[in-house]
Design a protein around this ligand. Structure first.
Ligand SMILES: NC(=O)c1ccc[n+]([C@@H]2O[C@H](COP(=O)([O-])OP(=O)(O)OC[C@H]3O[C@@H](n4cnc5c(N)ncnc54)[C@H](O)[C@@H]3O)[C@@H](O)[C@H]2O)c1
Length: 374
């Protein structure tokens, strides 16, 4: 039996068990170590999943030759520094979203990935549910013709992560709902449409609830800390233009007055049909599913849950990452796609601050041509 891919986890918070559960099902991988400065959370995760190594420093984790791959599952500010350190230590890296705090950081990772012989992947789990992969496959095979407009909406009525933790504190999170769940919705909309070539965006962000101690949903295991004041947005919207004429409208909220507790849907309008992917009690019993709206013989036809062959049958980002290390699958998320999504997110914040539409192409040009044009 060939040696397994041995994982070390940085950060034993609310999301870390997702790796442990997925890796437990993979015959060629195991979780070997976990580090968290909070010893209680480190021990609790290690005990729950029988993780043998429990180093008490980041350096001890990264320098351990028994580890092949690192899962970066810490507050956003540490994603890039730890990714760079892990790549420099010769490890494969799967990092949590959002990619980075800003484009400068994102470009540092892109440069390090280019130099490294190791695999780096952003863990965009929302690309992997079967409905998401089927939607991508249907659009790719032309089921809706040419996509020209898309809507991505993830709105929670009362879903701010635990207040007075790092999630709402910009110096550590980099932003609020846009970076936390907007990143998923933007990424999956661009993924289904098959277009990662943004041109411009116009966006607005608002903070209306968290600042007043309202809208808490409760996600997150970090302890409350009164220094973690809420200074990020809890609502964001944007209009994005992409190459080829596609446009995307994005609506995101952690908190808002709305009839349903959660709305999550992506709609792609095409020349020959429209595809809807989402969760709605009226469709497939509320399970994430697809509606395909087309016209056949002059009649409008709505197909519920149309099937299409999916690329990743395990439906899991960690399985894809391990299989890509083993050379058995292509990594689903590429660095260029991650840079494109990050450029739009940074552009939306800039657009909101400046009160105008902004060009995001400059952010994606290689460093030399950016300097030449500056
Ligand atoms: N992919 C998804 O759907 C998804 C869902 C939730 C969270 N996330 C992402 O995962 C990351 C972690 O989120 P979470 O919900 O687990 O947060 P959390 O607050 O529950 O846990 C964060 C953990 O990181 C530890 N930590 C803090 N600073 C650290 C440092 N400098 N070095 C090492 N560990 C440190 C904390 O002690 C804590 O145990 C975030 O970036 C978040 O955006 C992704």
């Amino acid at each position: 039996m060939p040696a397994p891919i041995r994982f070390g986890i940085i950060g034993a918070g609310a999301i870390a068990p997702s790796l442990c559960r997925a890796i437990a099902k993979h015959p060629r991988a195991r979780v070997e170590a976990v580090f968290d400065p909070h010893e209680g959370r480190q021990q609790a995760l290690a005990d729950e999943f029988a993780i043998p190594l429990r180093p008490r420093s980041l350096a001890a984790l990264l320098d351990d030759p028994r580890l092949d791959a690192i899962y970066v599952a810490v507050p956003n500010k540490f994603h890039v520094p730890y990714t760079l350190q892990a790549l420099a230590a010769g490890k494969h890296v799967i990092a949590e979203k959002p990619f980075a705090m800003d484009m400068d950081e994102a470009r540092q990772v892109a440069a390090a990935v280019k130099r490294s012989k190791k695999l780096w992947m952003l863990g965009m789990n929302r690309r992997f549910p079967a409905a998401m992969q089927q939607a991508r496959a249907l659009v790719a095979k032309g089921a809706i013709g040419e996509p020209y407009h898309a809507k991505g909406r993830w709105q929670r009525r009362c879903g701010c992560p635990r207040l007075q933790t790092w999630f709402g504190h910009k110096a550590i999170s980099g932003g609020g709902c846009l970076l936390d769940i907007g990143v998923h919705m933007l990424d999956q909309t661009m993924f289904i449409a098959g277009n990662f070539a943004p041109l411009t965006c116009s966006g607005s962000v608002y903070g209306k609830f968290g600042h007043r101690g309202q809208g808490e949903g409760g996600w997150g295991k970090s302890d409350r800390d009164p220094r973690m004041t809420f200074d990020v947005e809890d609502f964001a919207n944007a209009h994005i233009r992409l190459q080829g004429g596609l446009s995307i409208d994005l609506d995101v909220s952690w908190a808002a007055h709305m009839p349903k507790p959660n709305v999550m849907e992506t709609i792609i309008y095409g020349s020959e049909g429209t595809i809807w992917v989402g969760q709605d009690e009226a469709v497939a019993g509320g399970k994430e599913s697809i509606l395909l709206c087309t016209r056949k013989k002059k009649e409008f036809v709505v197909e519920e849950s149309p099937k299409a062959k999916i690329a990743y049958r395990h439906c899991d980002r960690f399985n894809n990452f391990v299989n890509a290390i083993l050379g058995k699958e292509e990594p689903c998320v590429t660095i260029d796609q991650a840079l494109a999504v990050q450029a739009v997110l940074s552009g939306i914040y800039r657009s909101s601050a400046e009160g105008r539409e902004v060009d995001v192409r400059a952010e994606l040009r290689p460093a030399q041509s950016r300097t030449a044009r500056a």
